[in-house]
Design a protein around this ligand. Structure first.
Ligand SMILES: Nc1ncnc2c1ncn2[C@@H]1O[C@H](COP(=O)(O)OP(=O)(O)OP(=O)(O)O)[C@@H](O)[C@H]1O
Ligand SMILES: [Mg+2]
Length: 373
């Protein structure tokens, strides 16, 4: 690569003796290599026989080029016919080419490749330059955003359509039967509640992701807090014929943010109730000290459980194993994403064990020391 030095402006101070000129050439070539290797985009130069003559470090790493690729035909080291064809076309006189390829390296990468002709030169003749940019992360962020908007609008549409439909009927031809009227109101109310939950969850996620969820630690007696969280869901549990048992040593204290704790345990408990068989075994909340600086809080159900393939996905936004079942229960699939995000914000971690038909245990392990911010 060292013979591929770029052009340099000669100024008055440029040495003229042969040794001094050679030294200057070497210095320039070293500088050229250092600059190329510091670039995050991949760079390659191909000669008029479509042989690889210059590469930088980013290119070799991205394309996993074997050592000794220099001087070889591009088609021998790179099995991407489109790229080879683009170089051939540019060398044959076409204008610059731009393409995107899915490259199977260690993992599949999305690469933007730009190929352009280099100015002809008396020494090296006709050559083409390729610039390779790894856009995998940028593309996946764009995809996430698109999926998120599609999912969120889909979830918003259902309740909005229902509310609009019922409002029209109530305005144009209200039912005279009191029971039917009450049923209409109830349906509108349920859908409005669903909208409210969804918007609240989206705001929570946003606050977590933008780092705007401010924590206020307090010295809590854990049992009081957890019983209170359980009490808030006793009606829902009773409606499903389930009881909620809380087992916490009375002296267990922890520095935690009570509202963050309520969101984490409340969501896990809501799931435990929703995904239990009606009239089944009680749902349990168990807490204990994991070590001097951490507590472990587990929410245990003997409900429907989950297959291993689902377990890796259920923390994704909007992911539900059984959409129909979750939706009937008023769920949109955001609860566990919020829990996971919040647990991370709290500096803790989450563990789960689940067996289809046997039930699930979700445990959060949270640091409980007072933080000095
Ligand atoms: N305890 C559990 N037992 C069995 N499946 C569960 C349990 N907890 C969660 N799941 C599965 O994981 C999915 C995602 O849970 P998550 O709490 O994120 O969403 P959701 O409960 O469907 O809706 P939301 O919490 O937003 O109201 C659920 O739809 C369900 O399929
Ligand atoms: Mg949930």
């Amino acid at each position: 690569m060292t013979q591929d030095g770029p052009h340099y402006t000669q100024d008055a101070a440029t040495p003229t003796g042969p040794t001094a000129r050679r030294e200057l050439r070497e210095t320039n070539a070293n500088l050229f290599s250092a600059v190329l290797d510091a670039m995050t985009d991949g760079v390659m130069v191909v000669d008029d026989k479509v042989r690889l003559v210059v590469t930088n470090r980013a290119l070799r790493e991205t394309l996993l080029l074997p050592p000794g690729s220099h001087g070889q035909q591009l088609s021998e080291v790179l099995h991407e016919a489109e790229v080879v064809a683009a170089f051939a076309a540019v060398l044959a006189g076409s204008g610059p080419k731009q393409l995107n390829i899915q490259y199977k390296g260690l993992t599949e990468r999305s690469l933007d490749v730009r190929v352009l002709p280099l100015p002809d030169h008396a020494y090296w003749g006709h050559r083409a330059l390729g610039i390779v940019r790894d856009v995998t992360e940028a593309r996946s962020v764009e995809q996430l955003l698109r999926d998120f908007i599609a999912n969120a609008s889909h979830e918003l549409r259902t309740p909005v359509t229902a509310i609009l439909g019922y409002a029209e009927v109530l305005a144009e031809a209200p039912p005279t039967d009191a029971q039917q009227l009450a049923q209409f109101h109830d349906t509108v109310y349920r859908h409005a509640q669903r909208l409210d939950t969804l918007l609240r969850q989206l705001l929570d996620l946003n606050r977590l992701e933008t780092g705007n969820w401010l924590l206020h630690q307090e010295d809590l007696q854990l049992r009081t807090q957890l019983v209170e969280i359980a009490d808030q869901q006793r009606d829902a549990a009773a409606a499903a014929g389930l009881s909620v048992l809380v087992t916490v040593p009375p002296r267990l204290r922890a520095w935690l943010d009570p509202s963050a704790l309520a969101v984490v345990v409340g969501n896990l408990l809501q799931n435990a109730i929703k995904y239990s068989k009606p009239g089944g075994e009680p749902v349990r909340i168990v807490a204990s000290r994991a070590d001097p600086s951490q507590v472990r809080i587990s929410v245990i159900d003997r409900g429907i459980g989950m297959a291993e393939s689902e377990q890796t996905r259920m923390f994704e936004r909007f992911y539900r194993v059984d959409k129909g079942r979750s939706r009937r229960m008023g769920g949109v699939g955001l609860g566990l994403s919020i829990v996971q995000n919040l647990v991370q914000t709290l500096g803790g971690r989450i563990e789960m064990v689940s067996e289809p038909g046997e039930g699930s245990t979700f445990s959060v392990i949270l640091p409980t020391r007072r933080r000095t911010v």
